[in-house]
Design a protein. Structure first.
Lengths: 178, 245
């Protein structure tokens, strides 16, 4: 069953379809929550909460705004960040945006519409200046505010804002190339 | 700020680094500009792409079974229907029929009177809603969702600080599971007061909100998900918040 049919059934409160979604994408969601939380138990809880959010907010998915996988990734990351903040975990400054080697990346469908974009994004990430990548990582995967990043890195807040904005703009251009 | 400047703020908006005033301006831009919405979408997709570059981790095998059980528990709602009461026997058929006819007549009159009163009440409410939202001096408080994936749009309109009425404009909120409702709260100095419960609607819905005190006495609004009928105090974290101007 393709992703669109699956989500349509979930929007109709089909529990079997929701179980299928969980089976298909639990590794993807768990990988992202683990990336944020770096701890198995917390990642498991965040994974289940993320799927519960999918079940409860399936009606808000709009395929014209992007793929189901992209939507799942956002929910997974945001749920993990909520857990991070809830339990006041702290991430290390060595948290980076280093992309996994291709052989160890998430299992995505061969016919996934954004497969090439992801490749381009990976290359752009490798070319990103370290300070921009680090600031983005601390924010996106570490849930740190820009003030917290400035304090930890002992640099002005304005510098953090500039690095993050420039880094994100470059990555966005790469995403939009395909 | 003009639209070009505001569009340049979208990366900062996505990264959560704007002041409340700047956020409100970008929210307003997003409501009226397709270009801004396209830009926001591109940034959101880029960040989702970053997440998808995470190293793979195999999820523990028990997660899917556990989730299955959690789904079943959530969906299990038992409804106990009251027993149908037995009607008392009547000795005389004509007495029974006459009493039934009289009862129907009385009920019909009561419903007609109530229906008229309801219709008048609704008409008055619609007029009040129109007066508030069409007032050029109306303040708009956009309630931002904690979950960035939520594409719903909720705005609270009020005119004067001394008013106790406002309008909540709701669009695209997800339907909640059986037994749950959204609840609106007003907050001031740690005091949280209910402003009523409401349901979701995919079409835009305008609801007249009666506050317990003047709108100017409150600093923030929030939405939580509560059991049907609402709660005395929020039972969980808000799903959306907004700062009253």
């Amino acid at each position: 069953m393709d992703d669109l049919s699956l989500i349509e059934r979930i929007q109709a409160h089909d529990q079997e379809a929701m179980r299928t979604l969980h089976q298909q994408y639990v590794d993807l969601v768990y990988s992202i929550t683990y990336r944020v939380l770096s701890e198995a138990t917390a990642a498991e809880e965040a994974t289940q909460d993320a799927f519960m959010k999918v079940w409860q907010s399936a009606a808000s998915f709009d395929h014209e705004r992007g793929s189901l996988i992209g939507w799942l990734a956002r929910i997974a990351r945001n749920t993990a960040i909520d857990h991070l903040r809830l339990y006041k975990r702290k991430v290390g400054l060595d948290n980076s945006l280093d992309a996994a080697e291709e052989s160890h990346t998430l299992p995505l469908p061969d016919n996934w519409q954004d497969r090439e974009r992801l490749q381009t994004l990976r290359m752009a990430l490798e070319d990103l200046p370290h300070d921009q990548a680090q600031a983005l990582a601390l924010s996106y995967f570490g849930g740190m505010s820009q003030s917290e990043i400035a304090e930890d890195m002992k640099i002005p807040l304005g510098t953090v804002k500039t690095r993050m904005r420039l880094g994100l703009q470059k990555l966005k251009e790469a995403w939009g190339k395909n | 700020m003009d639209d070009t400047t505001l569009i340049d703020l979208i990366p900062d908006y996505v990264l959560g680094s704007l002041s409340s005033d700047e956020q409100a301006q970008v929210d307003a831009l997003l409501a009226r500009s397709q270009e801004a919405r396209d830009s926001l979408l591109a940034y959101e997709q880029t960040l989702a792409g970053l997440a998808l570059l995470s190293p793979v981790r195999k999820a523990p095998a028990h997660l899917t079974d556990d989730f299955s059980k959690r789904l079943q528990t959530m969906a299990a709602v038992s409804v106990v229907k009251p027993p149908i009461s037995q009607l008392p026997r009547r000795r005389t058929a004509w007495l029974l029929l006459s009493a039934a006819a009289l009862l129907i007549l009385i009920i019909g009159i009561v419903f007609a009177v109530r229906a008229n009163a309801n219709a008048r009440q609704q008409q008055l409410e619609q007029q009040t809603i129109a007066q508030i939202i069409n007032n050029s001096a109306a303040h708009q408080t956009v309630l931002r969702f904690a979950d960035a994936n939520n594409q719903a749009h909720v705005v609270f309109y009020s005119v004067q600080a001394a008013d106790t009425d406002g309008v909540l404009a709701i669009q695209g909120l997800s339907a909640l599971p059986t037994g749950k409702q959204y609840q609106l709260w007003t907050i001031n100095s740690g005091n949280t007061v209910s402003a009523g419960v409401f349901d979701a609607g995919t079409q835009q819905v305008m609801r007249l909100i009666h506050l317990q005190a003047a709108v100017g006495t409150y600093k923030q609004m929030a939405i939580t998900i509560e059991p049907i009928g609402g709660s005395i105090q929020p039972s969980g974290q808000p799903i959306a918040t907004g700062t009253l101007s």
